[in-house]
Design a protein around this ligand. Structure first.
Ligand SMILES: [Zn+2]
Ligand SMILES: [Zn+2]
Length: 359
């Protein structure tokens, strides 16, 4: 029988998620992360390409004791280092709704649309550039898979989810060795994800202008401030703190802006087409009918929904480029006036204002 302990020990990087660590470890042996798991767990033929669940993603959310023991023995990494790379360990009060997922799919048996379990990781190209410039490896940060994280706190710049070379959506990047450094690469065109700077759904020339636009940077900073607040909330223990109440009011508000429950109506976020927060055609269809769409939307849509919410709460539509005079709330009321959900939307806004805005 094969010895399960593996000869090469890969050192975890501070802030790295388990998924990234497993992929890096697997690429040392030239196998997939699923194949590595099969070895560690002593099973074959599970978690293959036809499997509907994503075991690596599931373990990245939470490790049970048995998985922890087996991975620790095989990879020769302490249990605390391993569990420290899971979302549950770093963000104890995280709920299913706080974890960003790639897409929704229809269950062929029940015909019900549910979110698939694949984690969605945006990435900050500047973080990746620095990883390699400092002689290290690329790695995915845990917080990049949170539904409420769409901006890099370090660089105050939007995370991206599409390869900027071939523009394919990259739900799960591959790893490749460049000399002795591991790089995250696009699975479609095999270019490193830090190869080209840009922004999702923004043309090159616009992206260039964006780098110098102080109004846009103000908007990003405002969003980052809220997202930092949400990060601090999920880092705390589960309970009913004021921060947790604010976060849950926000999630409900953003769900309504994304309007999952009435699939034939225009979604409120699609009404706002600012140059800074463009509408993405079609993507929204993936999440219609879902009860809680916030976490399964593309991160551009999540960022836009948050931008609209903040512009209402802070009365700052000018900062976000949402046009002239009419506040977003007026337009949303017009759009939603015939639906009972407008009352709910207004109630969430009042509740947040009452609880206090993130500062
Ligand atoms: Zn960054
Ligand atoms: Zn690509």
């Amino acid at each position: 029988m094969l010895e399960r302990s593996l000869p090469v020990t890969v050192a975890p990087i501070k802030g790295e998620c388990l998924k990234s660590f497993l992929h890096r470890s697997a690429s040392v042996y030239g196998v997939s992360a699923n194949r590595l798991l099969e070895h560690c767990f002593g099973v074959r033929g599970q978690g293959g390409t036809s499997s509907a669940t994503h075991p690596v993603d599931r373990l990245t959310v939470q490790l049970d004791l048995e998985a922890l023991k087996k991975l620790s023995e095989s990879l020769r990494i302490s249990k605390s280092d391993l569990s420290g790379m899971t979302l549950k360990a770093q963000f104890p009060s995280i709920g299913a709704r706080s974890v960003a997922q790639t897409a929704a799919g229809k269950n062929p048996e029940t015909k019900e649309e549910t979110s698939n379990e694949q984690l969605q990781f945006g990435w900050c190209p500047l973080c990746l550039i620095e990883d390699r410039a400092e002689g290290g490896h690329h790695f995915l940060r845990l917080e990049w898979s949170l539904a409420s994280s769409t901006i890099c706190q370090l660089h105050q710049r939007p995370l991206i989810g599409r390869c900027q070379t071939c523009y394919h959506f990259v739900p799960s990047p591959d790893y490749a060795l460049y000399r002795d450094q591991m790089a995250l690469i696009c699975p479609h065109c095999h270019t490193p994800l830090d190869g080209r700077l840009g922004y999702d759904f923004v043309a090159d020339t616009h992206a260039h202008d964006w780098n110098a636009d102080s109004v846009l940077h103000t908007a990003w900073n405002m969003i980052a401030k809220y997202e930092q607040f949400f990060l601090n909330v999920v880092k705390g223990r589960a309970g009913r703190s004021k921060g947790q109440r604010i976060l849950s009011e926000f999630s409900a508000l953003l769900d309504l802006l994304l309007q999952a429950e009435s699939p034939n109506h225009l979604r409120p976020i699609d009404m706002f087409n600012s140059t800074y927060f463009p509408s993405i055609t079609k993507l929204g269809f993936a999440t219609r009918h879902l009860q809680h769409p916030f976490h399964v939307c593309h991160l551009v849509e999540r960022r836009k929904a948050l931008a609209i919410a903040i512009s209402i709460l802070e009365d700052a539509s000018n900062v976000f480029g949402f046009e002239n005079g009419a506040t977003p709330l007026h337009r949303i009321r017009e759009l939603m006036s015939r639906h009972y959900s407008y009352n709910r939307l207004e109630r969430h806004i009042l509740n947040i204002a009452r609880l206090a805005l993130p500062t």
